[in-house]
Design a protein. Structure first.
Length: 307
Protein backbone atom coordinates (compact mmCIF):
# COMPACT_ATOMS: atom_id res chain seq x y z
CA UNK A 1 0.00 0.00 0.00
CA UNK A 2 2.19 2.79 -1.27
CA UNK A 3 1.86 6.31 0.07
CA UNK A 4 3.09 8.07 -3.08
CA UNK A 5 -0.35 8.56 -4.58
CA UNK A 6 -1.90 9.86 -1.37
CA UNK A 7 -1.07 13.49 -1.95
CA UNK A 8 -3.40 16.46 -1.79
CA UNK A 9 -3.04 17.13 -5.52
CA UNK A 10 -4.56 13.77 -6.42
CA UNK A 11 -8.39 14.02 -6.54
CA UNK A 12 -8.68 10.25 -6.05
CA UNK A 13 -6.72 10.55 -2.80
CA UNK A 14 -9.00 13.33 -1.55
CA UNK A 15 -12.05 11.29 -2.50
CA UNK A 16 -10.72 8.20 -0.69
CA UNK A 17 -9.92 10.18 2.44
CA UNK A 18 -13.44 11.65 2.44
CA UNK A 19 -14.98 8.17 2.07
CA UNK A 20 -12.86 6.89 4.93
CA UNK A 21 -13.81 9.82 7.17
CA UNK A 22 -17.52 9.41 6.43
CA UNK A 23 -17.32 5.67 7.07
CA UNK A 24 -15.71 6.26 10.45
CA UNK A 25 -18.51 8.66 11.33
CA UNK A 26 -21.12 6.13 10.20
CA UNK A 27 -19.62 3.45 12.44
CA UNK A 28 -19.66 5.88 15.36
CA UNK A 29 -23.33 6.63 14.69
CA UNK A 30 -24.17 2.91 14.65
CA UNK A 31 -22.33 2.33 17.96
CA UNK A 32 -24.22 5.24 19.50
CA UNK A 33 -27.52 3.88 18.19
CA UNK A 34 -26.72 0.42 19.51
CA UNK A 35 -25.97 1.75 22.99
CA UNK A 36 -29.19 3.75 22.98
CA UNK A 37 -31.50 0.96 21.79
CA UNK A 38 -30.09 -2.30 23.11
CA UNK A 39 -31.72 -1.97 26.57
CA UNK A 40 -34.95 -0.30 25.50
CA UNK A 41 -38.13 -2.42 25.67
CA UNK A 42 -39.27 -1.12 22.28
CA UNK A 43 -40.12 -3.02 19.11
CA UNK A 44 -39.54 -6.74 19.44
CA UNK A 45 -37.30 -6.95 16.38
CA UNK A 46 -35.15 -3.90 17.12
CA UNK A 47 -32.13 -6.10 17.77
CA UNK A 48 -32.58 -7.73 14.37
CA UNK A 49 -32.75 -4.28 12.80
CA UNK A 50 -29.53 -3.31 14.60
CA UNK A 51 -27.84 -6.43 13.25
CA UNK A 52 -29.02 -5.80 9.70
CA UNK A 53 -27.94 -2.17 9.98
CA UNK A 54 -24.51 -3.25 11.26
CA UNK A 55 -24.02 -5.51 8.25
CA UNK A 56 -24.76 -2.60 5.92
CA UNK A 57 -22.77 0.05 7.82
CA UNK A 58 -19.66 -2.09 8.27
CA UNK A 59 -19.97 -3.59 4.77
CA UNK A 60 -20.04 -0.13 3.22
CA UNK A 61 -17.15 0.97 5.43
CA UNK A 62 -15.08 -1.97 4.17
CA UNK A 63 -15.88 -1.04 0.58
CA UNK A 64 -15.02 2.60 1.28
CA UNK A 65 -11.61 1.85 2.74
CA UNK A 66 -10.85 -0.65 -0.05
CA UNK A 67 -12.84 0.67 -3.03
CA UNK A 68 -12.89 -1.24 -6.29
CA UNK A 69 -14.79 -1.34 -9.58
CA UNK A 70 -15.87 -4.90 -10.17
CA UNK A 71 -16.10 -5.37 -13.92
CA UNK A 72 -12.99 -3.28 -14.61
CA UNK A 73 -11.12 -5.18 -11.83
CA UNK A 74 -9.56 -1.91 -10.59
CA UNK A 75 -8.78 -1.03 -6.98
CA UNK A 76 -6.66 1.39 -4.93
CA UNK A 77 -4.62 -1.06 -2.85
CA UNK A 78 -2.65 -4.17 -3.79
CA UNK A 79 -4.09 -6.66 -1.32
CA UNK A 80 -6.17 -9.82 -1.60
CA UNK A 81 -8.88 -7.99 0.33
CA UNK A 82 -9.30 -5.84 -2.79
CA UNK A 83 -10.24 -8.88 -4.88
CA UNK A 84 -13.60 -8.63 -6.59
CA UNK A 85 -14.68 -11.94 -5.05
CA UNK A 86 -14.27 -10.58 -1.51
CA UNK A 87 -15.71 -7.14 -2.26
CA UNK A 88 -18.71 -8.39 -4.21
CA UNK A 89 -19.52 -10.98 -1.53
CA UNK A 90 -19.48 -8.28 1.17
CA UNK A 91 -21.66 -6.06 -1.02
CA UNK A 92 -24.18 -8.84 -1.63
CA UNK A 93 -24.66 -9.57 2.08
CA UNK A 94 -24.85 -5.86 2.94
CA UNK A 95 -27.40 -5.04 0.23
CA UNK A 96 -29.65 -7.96 1.13
CA UNK A 97 -29.58 -6.78 4.76
CA UNK A 98 -30.51 -3.27 3.62
CA UNK A 99 -33.43 -4.68 1.62
CA UNK A 100 -34.51 -6.72 4.66
CA UNK A 101 -34.57 -3.52 6.74
CA UNK A 102 -36.98 -1.96 4.27
CA UNK A 103 -39.11 -5.11 4.28
CA UNK A 104 -39.34 -5.13 8.08
CA UNK A 105 -40.24 -1.46 8.50
CA UNK A 106 -42.81 -1.56 5.68
CA UNK A 107 -44.38 -4.60 7.35
CA UNK A 108 -44.53 -2.70 10.64
CA UNK A 109 -46.19 0.33 9.03
CA UNK A 110 -48.48 -1.71 6.78
CA UNK A 111 -49.86 -3.72 9.70
CA UNK A 112 -50.42 -0.62 11.80
CA UNK A 113 -52.26 1.13 8.97
CA UNK A 114 -54.00 -1.96 7.62
CA UNK A 115 -52.52 -1.15 4.19
CA UNK A 116 -52.35 -4.24 1.96
CA UNK A 117 -50.40 -2.35 -0.71
CA UNK A 118 -47.62 -1.60 1.76
CA UNK A 119 -47.58 -5.19 3.03
CA UNK A 120 -47.28 -6.51 -0.53
CA UNK A 121 -44.37 -4.16 -1.18
CA UNK A 122 -42.71 -5.34 2.03
CA UNK A 123 -42.76 -8.93 0.79
CA UNK A 124 -41.55 -7.96 -2.70
CA UNK A 125 -38.47 -5.89 -1.81
CA UNK A 126 -36.08 -8.69 -0.75
CA UNK A 127 -36.84 -11.03 -3.70
CA UNK A 128 -36.34 -8.11 -6.10
CA UNK A 129 -32.96 -7.21 -4.61
CA UNK A 130 -31.96 -10.88 -4.58
CA UNK A 131 -32.70 -10.97 -8.32
CA UNK A 132 -30.68 -7.78 -8.79
CA UNK A 133 -27.73 -9.42 -7.00
CA UNK A 134 -27.90 -12.35 -9.41
CA UNK A 135 -27.52 -9.99 -12.37
CA UNK A 136 -24.71 -8.19 -10.55
CA UNK A 137 -22.80 -11.43 -10.17
CA UNK A 138 -23.48 -12.26 -13.81
CA UNK A 139 -21.95 -8.93 -14.83
CA UNK A 140 -18.96 -9.38 -12.52
CA UNK A 141 -18.18 -12.94 -13.61
CA UNK A 142 -18.67 -12.43 -17.36
CA UNK A 143 -17.53 -8.75 -17.56
CA UNK A 144 -20.81 -7.95 -19.33
CA UNK A 145 -22.07 -4.46 -18.41
CA UNK A 146 -25.58 -5.37 -19.56
CA UNK A 147 -25.90 -7.29 -16.28
CA UNK A 148 -25.14 -4.08 -14.35
CA UNK A 149 -27.74 -2.17 -16.35
CA UNK A 150 -30.38 -4.80 -15.58
CA UNK A 151 -29.28 -4.95 -11.93
CA UNK A 152 -29.75 -1.21 -11.42
CA UNK A 153 -33.03 -1.26 -13.35
CA UNK A 154 -34.30 -3.81 -10.82
CA UNK A 155 -33.13 -1.55 -7.99
CA UNK A 156 -35.18 1.21 -9.62
CA UNK A 157 -38.20 -1.10 -9.74
CA UNK A 158 -37.70 -2.12 -6.11
CA UNK A 159 -37.59 1.46 -4.85
CA UNK A 160 -40.47 2.50 -7.07
CA UNK A 161 -42.38 -0.17 -5.14
CA UNK A 162 -41.16 1.29 -1.83
CA UNK A 163 -42.22 4.76 -2.97
CA UNK A 164 -45.71 3.53 -3.84
CA UNK A 165 -45.94 1.81 -0.45
CA UNK A 166 -45.03 5.04 1.35
CA UNK A 167 -47.49 7.07 -0.76
CA UNK A 168 -50.20 4.64 0.30
CA UNK A 169 -49.36 5.43 3.94
CA UNK A 170 -49.56 9.22 3.59
CA UNK A 171 -53.34 9.46 4.24
CA UNK A 172 -53.04 7.13 7.24
CA UNK A 173 -50.73 9.29 9.38
CA UNK A 174 -50.30 12.92 10.31
CA UNK A 175 -47.74 15.11 12.03
CA UNK A 176 -44.02 14.26 11.93
CA UNK A 177 -44.68 10.73 10.66
CA UNK A 178 -46.31 12.05 7.50
CA UNK A 179 -43.46 14.52 7.01
CA UNK A 180 -40.97 11.67 7.41
CA UNK A 181 -42.78 9.85 4.60
CA UNK A 182 -42.65 12.97 2.43
CA UNK A 183 -38.88 13.28 2.95
CA UNK A 184 -38.39 9.57 2.21
CA UNK A 185 -40.46 9.78 -0.98
CA UNK A 186 -38.49 12.83 -2.13
CA UNK A 187 -35.25 10.92 -1.51
CA UNK A 188 -36.55 7.97 -3.51
CA UNK A 189 -37.51 10.25 -6.40
CA UNK A 190 -33.97 11.68 -6.41
CA UNK A 191 -32.49 8.16 -6.32
CA UNK A 192 -34.69 6.98 -9.18
CA UNK A 193 -33.77 10.04 -11.24
CA UNK A 194 -30.08 9.28 -10.65
CA UNK A 195 -30.53 5.66 -11.73
CA UNK A 196 -32.57 6.48 -14.83
CA UNK A 197 -30.55 9.44 -16.09
CA UNK A 198 -26.98 8.60 -15.01
CA UNK A 199 -26.34 5.12 -13.67
CA UNK A 200 -28.20 2.80 -16.05
CA UNK A 201 -27.27 4.84 -19.18
CA UNK A 202 -23.60 4.68 -18.09
CA UNK A 203 -23.66 0.88 -18.00
CA UNK A 204 -25.56 0.65 -21.28
CA UNK A 205 -22.98 2.93 -22.88
CA UNK A 206 -20.15 0.70 -21.65
CA UNK A 207 -21.98 -2.39 -22.90
CA UNK A 208 -22.41 -0.89 -26.38
CA UNK A 209 -18.74 0.15 -26.43
CA UNK A 210 -17.66 -3.39 -25.59
CA UNK A 211 -19.91 -4.76 -28.33
CA UNK A 212 -18.40 -2.35 -30.84
CA UNK A 213 -14.88 -3.38 -29.82
CA UNK A 214 -15.75 -7.08 -29.91
CA UNK A 215 -14.69 -7.60 -26.28
CA UNK A 216 -14.67 -11.23 -25.18
CA UNK A 217 -16.98 -12.27 -22.38
CA UNK A 218 -15.75 -14.67 -19.72
CA UNK A 219 -17.34 -18.02 -18.92
CA UNK A 220 -18.54 -18.89 -15.42
CA UNK A 221 -15.46 -20.77 -14.17
CA UNK A 222 -13.06 -18.50 -16.03
CA UNK A 223 -14.78 -15.49 -14.46
CA UNK A 224 -14.73 -17.07 -11.01
CA UNK A 225 -10.98 -17.57 -11.27
CA UNK A 226 -10.55 -14.04 -12.59
CA UNK A 227 -12.44 -12.33 -9.75
CA UNK A 228 -10.39 -14.34 -7.24
CA UNK A 229 -6.94 -13.57 -8.61
CA UNK A 230 -7.05 -10.45 -10.79
CA UNK A 231 -7.03 -6.89 -9.49
CA UNK A 232 -5.45 -3.85 -11.12
CA UNK A 233 -4.14 -1.12 -8.84
CA UNK A 234 -4.69 2.36 -10.25
CA UNK A 235 -4.89 5.84 -8.78
CA UNK A 236 -5.60 7.56 -12.08
CA UNK A 237 -8.61 9.86 -11.86
CA UNK A 238 -9.57 8.95 -15.44
CA UNK A 239 -10.17 5.36 -14.32
CA UNK A 240 -12.26 6.34 -11.29
CA UNK A 241 -14.19 9.41 -12.42
CA UNK A 242 -17.31 7.48 -13.44
CA UNK A 243 -17.36 5.56 -10.15
CA UNK A 244 -16.88 8.51 -7.78
CA UNK A 245 -20.43 9.90 -8.02
CA UNK A 246 -22.37 6.73 -7.27
CA UNK A 247 -19.90 5.43 -4.69
CA UNK A 248 -19.95 8.74 -2.82
CA UNK A 249 -23.75 8.77 -2.65
CA UNK A 250 -23.96 5.07 -1.86
CA UNK A 251 -21.42 5.01 0.97
CA UNK A 252 -22.86 8.10 2.63
CA UNK A 253 -26.55 8.73 1.92
CA UNK A 254 -27.61 5.08 1.66
CA UNK A 255 -25.87 4.28 4.96
CA UNK A 256 -27.64 7.18 6.64
CA UNK A 257 -30.93 5.75 5.39
CA UNK A 258 -30.06 2.39 6.94
CA UNK A 259 -29.32 4.06 10.28
CA UNK A 260 -32.55 6.08 10.04
CA UNK A 261 -34.60 2.95 9.35
CA UNK A 262 -33.18 1.37 12.47
CA UNK A 263 -33.97 4.42 14.60
CA UNK A 264 -37.49 4.81 13.16
CA UNK A 265 -38.32 1.16 13.74
CA UNK A 266 -37.55 1.57 17.44
CA UNK A 267 -40.33 4.19 17.69
CA UNK A 268 -43.07 1.61 17.19
CA UNK A 269 -44.84 2.53 20.43
CA UNK A 270 -45.13 6.19 19.36
CA UNK A 271 -46.59 5.58 15.91
CA UNK A 272 -50.25 4.90 16.89
CA UNK A 273 -50.72 8.42 18.25
CA UNK A 274 -50.10 9.80 14.74
CA UNK A 275 -52.63 7.54 13.05
CA UNK A 276 -55.48 9.49 11.45
CA UNK A 277 -58.12 7.18 12.96
CA UNK A 278 -56.65 7.62 16.42
CA UNK A 279 -56.60 11.39 15.99
CA UNK A 280 -60.21 11.48 14.78
CA UNK A 281 -61.32 9.22 17.63
CA UNK A 282 -59.56 11.49 20.12
CA UNK A 283 -61.21 14.56 18.63
CA UNK A 284 -64.62 12.87 18.63
CA UNK A 285 -64.17 11.86 22.27
CA UNK A 286 -63.19 15.42 23.20
CA UNK A 287 -66.22 16.84 21.37
CA UNK A 288 -68.52 14.30 22.99
CA UNK A 289 -67.07 15.04 26.42
CA UNK A 290 -67.39 18.77 25.78
CA UNK A 291 -70.99 18.30 24.68
CA UNK A 292 -71.87 16.31 27.78
CA UNK A 293 -70.22 18.93 29.96
CA UNK A 294 -72.18 21.71 28.25
CA UNK A 295 -75.46 19.82 28.75
CA UNK A 296 -74.65 19.28 32.42
CA UNK A 297 -73.86 22.96 32.93
CA UNK A 298 -77.03 24.02 31.11
CA UNK A 299 -79.10 21.60 33.15
CA UNK A 300 -77.69 22.97 36.40
CA UNK A 301 -78.87 26.48 35.48
CA UNK A 302 -82.33 25.46 34.26
CA UNK A 303 -83.17 23.05 37.05
CA UNK A 304 -85.93 24.36 39.39
CA UNK A 305 -84.69 25.58 42.74
CA UNK A 306 -86.35 24.97 46.10
CA UNK A 307 -87.76 27.97 47.90
Amino acid sequence: MGLVWRVRSNPVARWWMLLTLVSGGNIALWVSLYRELREQPTASDVHLMLLLCAAYVFGCAFRSVLPRADVQRICLFDTWLSSVLIGRSVATVAELCFAAQWGIILTQLGRLAGADTTLTAAWAIVPLILLAECFSWYAVLTKNYLGNAIENSIWALAFSTVGIALCRLLPEFNGPVRWAFVVAIAGIVFYLAFLVTIDVPMYLSRWRADLAEGSKLLGFFEGLRDVSTCWIVTHDHAHWKDEIAWMSLYFSGAVWVSLALCACYSLENYLPRYRIEATLASQAFAMDLGGQLAVSVAASFTAPRRA
